[in-house]
Design a protein around this ligand. Structure first.
Ligand SMILES: N[C@@H](CCC(=O)N[C@@H](CS)C(=O)NCC(=O)O)C(=O)O
Length: 250
């Protein structure tokens, strides 16, 4: 029995961030995988726990917590095992900057190519006869516009190129840090690392050549070290839900 339920997406970077945190902390959870290209995140019962209509959402003792970076911070506060925040206040501030960077910059670098790769699965809900109904269930104008764009052919080449440029900026930022310290904040794995990993992993899966060469040497070593943690495979090649096999991963 567990009092933690995670509503999440299989390929979702933000969900991987939270899954890795739960496995690092050894927190048992009930999994509720949503099919994002079938728009399950816009169903009224889900909007009741996440009014933004996105994943992930953590429900702990009947109360919901949204926003992946806030969720991982919460999990680390609630469960004492394997602390994932630095002790020093300055280091904690650096860690929080990485969480913010993962939300503000790294997420933005990967979402367009990610959506483009999975958009064929959403065809049914975006078809002429269904589109108005699909869009009317989306709670935020930002996501409504994004899904509408997908119904009109998706992102332009210029937008994808701009995402690629942003990916290189993220890689350079991580490289700079892990040349100086083994983990993103000091010599211990923290929330900073698990916040950035899904995005760096996504870049490495979508554009492996971006990580080649001397400019990403320390980053490749950091990624390899991270992948050796047992929590990585459990979170990224997630299998702890019967629905996992039927949903795409990236
Ligand atoms: N800032 C939010 C972003 C959540 C987000 O964009 N989730 C994506 C998956 S990574 C999603 O639910 N996409 C489906 C949609 O927008 O309809 C967080 O970190 O939790």
């Amino acid at each position: 029995m567990t009092d933690v339920t995670l509503y999440h997406g299989m390929a979702s970077t933000c969900s991987k961030k939270v899954r890795m945190c739960l496995y690092e902390k050894g927190v048992a959870f009930e999994s509720r995988l949503l099919d994002l290209q079938k728009f399950e995140q816009h169903r009224p019962e889900y909007l009741a726990i996440n009014p933004n209509g996105v994943v992930p959402t953590l429900v702990h003792r009947g109360r919901s917590i949204i926003e992946s970076s806030i969720i991982v911070d919460y999990i680390d506060d609630v469960y004492a095992n394997n602390p994932l925040k630095p002790d020093d206040p300055y280091d904690r501030a650096q860690m929080r900057l990485w969480l913010k960077y993962s939300d503000d910059v790294a997420y933005k670098a990967v979402y367009a190519p990610t959506w483009q790769a999975l958009k064929h699965r959403a065809e049914e809900g975006l078809a002429d006869g269904k589109l108005a109904e699909t869009l009317s269930s989306i709670p935020t104008p930002e996501r409504r516009d994004r899904w509408q764009k997908m119904s009109q052919g998706g992102f332009t080449e210029t937008e994808i190129e701009s995402a690629y440029a942003q990916m290189r900026v993220c890689l350079a930022r991580v490289e700079e840090q892990v040349r100086a310290t083994p983990w993103l904040v000091g010599d211990r794995f923290t929330l900073a690392d698990l916040a950035m990993l899904p995005f760096i992993d996504r870049i490495s899966n979508l554009r492996p050549e971006f990580l080649e060469g001397p400019d990403c040497e320390a980053l490749r070593a950091w990624l390899a070290r991270s992948k050796q943690r047992p929590s990585f495979d459990r979170a990224f090649a997630f299998k702890d839900d019967p629905r996992a096999a039927e949903l795409p991963n990236l």
